[in-house]
Design a protein around this ligand. Structure first.
Ligand code: ATP
Ligand code: MG
Ligand code: MG
Length: 372
């Protein structure tokens, strides 16, 4: 996996576990970082006590900025959780500083490492197995937004600039189309047209943010089910993890990205489009959980922007897949030459169905915003 034992050992020492640590082994099913479990001697033998991660520095060019965001937000959350009467050691991650007081460790090859507590008696699900989990997911990410409602979002580092600037994503697509480096444009005319017809849509949320109609909030930017830990005993959402992409952003974007993959009936790269649908019932479940937590926090404009978030996060994702296809697959990992085109098609199928059911999507939002 490209991690040198020597660097792993240096990291274990840097966080002060060196002589006490029993052993370390690979952990979890993340795709971005290299994650390890650190075992320490406990009363009943060795216990999984800490999570040690080497941050992927190809994705995160500014690890210092990432770690400042994470420390700022988790320290703030600990206070909020205490005020709620919760358990700050279980309901958020507690990051640990190095022996020399830094919020991350740089190994001999310049790679950044960070460390936080393991949360025992928790589960992590890769896929929605029960619809109830999607409701829990909405409620967990909603609660996260609510807890951070008064955090000064403008103090966060924008660690991946213009991450959800859909207008810029559209422009990048146009550039890739003009260049057509791989002569692939001829093979995806309908998909290209699908995007070009929606140029105006790309502006909807970006404009509202620039005009000050929609506020910047603390957003998570990776609101997948497997970034929530569930309490093993109660089955309820317990702790939001994977805080690398915390940045200032729009509530509608986090909401929309959850809907994009969570309310789809097939995988992102399903080739048979007959299997790809936008599931309004799953959408409603998420909305119910999300608005239960956020309806008193979000502004009226923000609530109204949520269905647009779903539509635009899905469109934007499809635009990025097609852009990468035109550029020769330099960003997303692909298993075969049309992989990015196949992915773009599933996203556009979802967008198409969201457009057809947009009135219903809005009605569902209004229903739960009113407190039903
Ligand atoms: P992604 O592909 O989602 O970006 P990542 O590489 O950023 O993943 P994380 O999501 O931070 O990695 O962690 C990987 C996995 O490790 C999680 O999905 C979860 O299963 C597990 N995990 C991480 N932290 C904890 C924790 N504190 N307690 C229990 N399990 C954890
Ligand atoms: Mg993750
Ligand atoms: Mg991640």
């Amino acid at each position: 996996d490209g991690v040198d034992d020597r660097n792993l050992e240096d990291a274990v020492y840097a966080f002060g576990f060196g002589n006490r640590c029993s052993y370390v082994k690979p952990f979890g099913a993340g795709h971005i970082n290299e994650t390890y479990a650190v075992y320490m001697p406990g009363e009943d033998g060795d216990e999984l006590s800490y999570v040690l991660q080497r941050i992927n520095s190809n994705v995160f060019k500014d690890p210092q900025g990432v770690m400042e965001n994470i420390f700022g937000v988790t320290e703030y959350l600990r206070n909020v959780i205490r005020q709620e009467g919760g358990d700050p050691d279980r309901e958020t991650l507690s990051y640990i500083k190095t022996k020399s007081g830094c919020n991350y460790f740089e190994d001999s090859t310049g790679q950044p490492w960070r460390c936080y507590n393991f949360i025992p008696d928790s589960e992590c699900y890769q896929l929605v197995e029960e619809p109830e989990q999607f409701y829990q997911s909405g409620s967990s990410f909603g609660h996260f937004l609510k807890q951070l409602g008064n955090y000064p979002a403008d103090r966060l580092n924008e660690t991946i600039p213009d991450f959800h600037n859909t207008v810029k994503r559209f422009r990048a697509f146009e550039t890739a189309l003009q260049r057509d480096l791989k002569d692939r444009a001829a093979s995806c005319r309908p998909e290209i047209r699908f995007i070009l017809e929606r140029e105006k849509d790309c502006e909807v949320l970006v404009k509202k943010q620039e005009e000050g109609v929609l506020p910047l909030r603390v957003t998570h930017n990776d609101t997948k089910l497997n970034n929530i830990l569930f309490d093993s005993k109660t089955g309820r959402g317990l702790c939001i993890i994977d805080l690398d992409t915390i940045m200032p952003g729009l509530a509608a974007n986090d909401f929309g990205d959850s809907i994009r993959f969570g309310a789809a009936t097939a995988e992102e790269d399903e080739k048979n489009l007959d299997l790809v649908h936008f599931d309004l019932e799953l959408y409603e479940l998420y909305v119910k959980g999300y608005l239960k937590e956020t309806r008193d926090v979000l502004t009226e404009e923000e609530i109204r922007s949520l269905p647009w978030g779903a539509r635009l996060m899905t469109l934007e994702c499809g635009i990025r897949f097609l852009t990468d296809y035109l550029q020769g697959d330099t960003y997303f990992k692909t298993d075969y030459p049309e992989h990015n085109l196949v992915r773009a098609r599933t996203q556009f199928r979802l967008v198409d169905e969201m457009e057809q059911h947009f009135d219903e999507m809005e009605k569902i939002i209004q229903k739960y915003a009113a407190g039903e």
